[in-house]
Structure formats: C-alpha cells, structure tokens
Design a protein around this ligand. Structure first.
Ligand code: CP
Ligand code: NVA
Length: 301
C-alpha cells in the first residue's frame, strides 16, 4: 500500500496546506520527535544548498537520521530500476526524498514505495519551496486571501509550486513570462480551480507587478538547462526585477527569490539586497517548512 507523499503542493488539500504551515511554526518540542530512531533517505541528482541543509536538519529536529546520497550512487534506472530502489530503501527508511531531473521518477518512487516520498525539486515542481514561500508571505502579511502575488520570469518548477500554493490560499496570482516560457492556457485554468481569486498571465512585468503585495522571481536558467543559457538570457531581456519595477508594486510589497540568485540578471542587486527583500527569511523558512511537511507526513496533526 502506498503512503501519503508530497510530490506537488496539490497533494495537500487547502486545509492540509494551512495545517502544514501551522505545524511549521510550532515549537520543535511540541512535535514530540515523530521520527525518533528512524531514517530518511535524501537522494540528490542535482546540487543543493538550502534543500539539503534544511531537510537534514528538519529530520534531526524530528528525532530521525538523514542519509544523504548522490543520485549517481543509487543510479535511478541506470544502476537499477527506480522501483527496486524504492522497495529496498523503504526497508531502511521511514521516508524517501529525492531531487530529480524527471518528475516521473518521484512519481514512480511514490507508486512503488509503502513509505511517504518527498519531491525535493523536479522539472515540474518544488513543493518544499512553495511551502516556504507561502509561509514567508503569511508571516509578512498575516492572512493571504485576497492579496496579490506576482511572479516574473520563467514558468518553471518554483513558479508552478508558488502558483499552486498561493491559489490554494485564495490569492490573486499574476504571471509575467515571455512567450515560450509561459504557462499554457489549461495550466492557468487548473491553477484558478485550486482556489485562486484570479489567475492572469501577461508578457509585461509592469502589468503583472502593479499593486502586487509580493514579487517573486527565479533564475532564468534552471539546473539542467545550462546549454540554453544564452538563448534564455536573450529571451528574458527586460524581465529583471529592478527598483523601477518594484516601484509600481504595492508600497508595502516584498521581494522574494528561492535562491540561488543571479544579480544583474533576474534581479537587480539593490532589490535583492535592499529593504524590501525577504529572501533570507524565505530561505530560513525552508527549514521550518521542511520540518512541518515531514511532521505532517509522519502523522502529526
Ligand atoms: N531554493 C533551493 O531549492 O535551493 P537549493 O537548490 O540550494 O536547494
Ligand atoms: N528553478 C531552479 C530552482 C533552483 C532552486 C532550478 O530548477 O534550478
């Protein structure tokens, strides 16, 4: 029998999303070490700073033992089939977590394993980041329903999880993406149906950001897309979040970025290092959100 997994934000109901955010803010002692004596496998096919560090420490704070493994050591479908890896590792660990190139790998792990599987970033989504993003916005503004989140840049894994989580919390979602790097019409409707007040997409960063309460962006070149670096940089010209763009947002608007950031490309240095930036709080919230998510999957309510 398969367990509850977290492959996408939409694996949670809106009520469960609220609960995970609440659990993320509970004192660690109140969580009563639900992973005491248990292991969690953390498998990375790509580099990581925040996700590895926050997940390792979240497991420790829940009483468990994280086992970090590079993707090539387990070799999904190269050394052995994904399903064999899942069925072996579930015998050692209470949960399996993986950062993968191809989202179908985490889906296959979850289908084969009897323990929860956590997506630590795939080409499709980055749910742990999405949790930290909405947790941070909730800390900045209190309730998020009716507020506007704008995302400027590539409609990628981070954008999708942010859009889903923001929609489920009743926000207005606005996307500014160049043609070819945008969300398809069906995707906008899918996100709207998750509970968004509205979902709009434009090619104009100014149109998306005007009056917005939170302005997010991410790299134009995600891990694995390095060969397309120049094409992408050309396509995203004009999409830099700079002071002029932030000036059309709400006067109390915050700037957010999942990091790592490339100053002078998707964000100007004076914005990410300026007073509106919440990127460190957002990065530190990765730990709290990871602990909340793992505790939830371990049965904490
Ligand atoms: N934001 C994020 O996932 O960072 P890492 O790639 O460093 O884990
Ligand atoms: N979109 C980026 C996020 C990095 C945390 C990537 O996939 O590389």
């Amino acid at each position: 029998m398969t367990a509850r997994s977290l492959l996408d934000i939409t694996d949670l109901t809106p009520d469960e999303l609220d609960l995970v955010l609440d659990v993320s803010e509970r004192p660690i002692d109140a969580l009563a070490r639900p992973l005491a004596g248990l292991g969690v496998a953390l498998i990375f096919e790509k580099p990581s700073n925040r996700t590895r560090q926050s997940m390792e420490m979240a497991v420790v704070q829940l009483g468990g033992h994280p086992v970090y493994t590079r993707g090539e050591e387990v070799g999904f479908d190269t050394r052995e089939p994904v399903e064999d890896i899942a069925r072996i590792m579930e015998g050692y660990h209470a949960m399996l977590a993986a950062r993968v190139f191809d989202h179908s790998v985490v889906e296959r792990l979850a289908a084969a394993a009897s323990v929860p599987v956590v997506n630590m970033l795939s080409d499709r989504s980055h749910p742990l980041q999405g949790l930290a993003d909405v947790l941070t916005m909730r800390q900045c503004f209190g309730g998020l329903a009716g507020l506007t989140v704008a995302y400027v840049g590539d409609y990628n894994n981070v954008a999708r999880s942010l859009a889903e989580a923001s929609a489920m919390l009743g926000m207005h979602v606005r996307l500014a993406c160049p043609a070819g790097f945008d969300a398809a019409d069906g995707e906008l409707e899918r996100v709207r149906l998750l509970g968004a007040r509205s979902v709009e997409q434009t090619v104009s960063p100014q149109e998306a950001v005007v009056g917005a309460h939170a302005v997010h962006t991410d790299t134009w070149v995600s891990m694995g897309q390095e060969a397309d670096k120049q094409t992408r940089r050309d396509a995203f010209e004009g999409y830099t979040v700079d002071a002029a763009l932030m000036s059309v947002a709400d006067p109390d608007a915050v700037f957010m970025h999942c990091l790592p950031a490339y100053r002078g490309l998707e964000v100007a240095a004076d914005v990410i290092d300026g007073p509106r930036s919440r990127v460190l709080q957002q990065g530190h919230n990765r730990l709290h959100a990871a602990r909340g998510a793992l505790a939830f999957l371990a049965g904490v309510r």
